[in-house]
Design a protein around this ligand. Structure first.
Ligand SMILES: Nc1ncnc2c1ncn2[C@@H]1O[C@H](COP(=O)(O)OP(=O)(O)O)[C@@H](O)[C@H]1O
Ligand SMILES: [Mg+2]
Length: 334
């Protein structure tokens, strides 16, 4: 796909681009960020350390982590808003903070500030002006974006943003993030504060960005949204990336695999020991098995029982997330 090749910094001709593997659209090496805090600025807080991430073109990447983990800090460094204390990184083949890369980036901040007395339309015109988008293009793009994010054109033209609901503001924010038709979109907690319908709609918008071939990097502590949307996730805790991979890689490991099993006969007390959520009624039973299915089958055979159904199920991302944090002694209130 041409969008993959566009991110290569030193490409001379189409032929050589065919031979090269796609380059990451985001790549960081051991980023670290410390802030000075306290009245005398005599204390330091380490918000990020040893942070190396890689995102490929077209991927939807979810950065998960509890509050205070360092997600926004990483995003700000990627966007060039904050400078790393150590480490380096590249965005669209350019060093972090490079101006020419910014033109191809969209950003929806966490708790974005909107100008209360502007209408949504005026705000989008203002955002388009920052990117020096010609008036003719604006005329076409603004209504297109409003349709895409599901905001009524008339409302956007007439109503000042102080009268918008949280969901409407997030939609305007999303339209603003896309005003320059970016290749790479950063979304900081895009679902926060939305009701279930708003979350669903935001999810649909993100999925449509993916269909358009855009790369999406988004921060969230809302696991279920990440699970549905993302190709790849990383978990950040106390400033460090503790794991990273596709959902299949993270949740499909043998030690985390669960099987729904159903059968007849056998020895109920032993079955109760080996299965969780077990339900035994007369001869029939069903439950969940975690661990080696072969071993279970052998034991069931020895007990004189029969297996009638076995389905593999995945651990939820939420369970995985909590387990990863607990293993590191981090307790969340979730
Ligand atoms: N400008 C700042 N000055 C001092 N500390 C900060 C600043 N920004 C963030 N931090 C600290 O860095 C840590 C990570 O914050 P943040 O990146 O906002 O986390 P998240 O987005 O995951 O909730 C927190 O402990 C926060 O207090
Ligand atoms: Mg944050």
């Amino acid at each position: 796909m041409s969008s993959e090749h566009d991110v290569m910094p030193s490409m001379n001709n189409a032929q050589s681009s065919e031979q090269l593997a796609p380059q990451p659209i985001i790549q960081t090496f051991s980023l670290r960020k410390t802030y000075r805090t306290g009245f005398w600025l005599n204390k330091t807080v380490t918000s990020l350390q040893q942070c190396s991430v890689q995102v490929m073109p077209g991927e939807t990447f979810g950065l998960l982590g509890p509050n205070g983990a360092g997600k926004t800090t990483l995003l700000k460094i990627l966007l060039g808003i904050a400078k790393p204390s150590a480490g380096r990184g590249f965005l669209l083949g350019k060093p972090l903070g490079d101006r020419s890369a910014k033109e191809q980036i969209g950003y929806l901040p966490e708790n974005a500030y909107f100008y209360d007395y502007l209408t949504g339309w005026e705000f989008l015109k203002y955002a388009a002006g920052i990117f020096q988008i010609p008036a003719k293009v604006q005329k076409r793009r603004i209504p297109e974006l409003l349709d895409m994010v599901g905001l009524d054109r008339k409302t956007a033209k007439k109503k000042q943003m102080r009268r918008y609901s949280k969901g409407m503001l997030q939609r305007v924010g999303m339209a603003q993030a896309l005003i320059n038709d970016p290749k790479l979109v950063f979304l900081d907690e895009p679902m926060s504060g939305l009701d279930p319908m708003g979350r669903y709609q935001m999810r649909e918008i993100i999925l449509s960005l993916k269909e358009q071939g855009k790369t999406v990097f988004f921060n969230s502590h809302v696991l279920s949204d990440v699970e549905i949307i993302c190709d790849r996730v990383a978990i950040l805790a106390q400033g460090e990336l503790i794991c990273e991979g596709t959902l299949d890689q993270l949740l499909g490991g043998t030690e985390t695999q669960t099987y729904q099993v159903r059968g007849r006969g056998g020895h109920p007390p032993t079955l109760s020991e080996q299965l969780t959520d077990v339900d035994i009624q007369a001869e029939q039973w069903h439950g969940q098995l975690q661990g080696d299915p072969q071993k279970f089958l052998t034991q069931l055979n020895q007990m004189g029982g029969t297996l009638t159904e076995m389905k593999m199920t995945r651990q939820s991302l939420e369970d995985f997330f909590i387990q990863q944090l607990r293993q590191r002694g981090i307790h969340t209130s979730r």
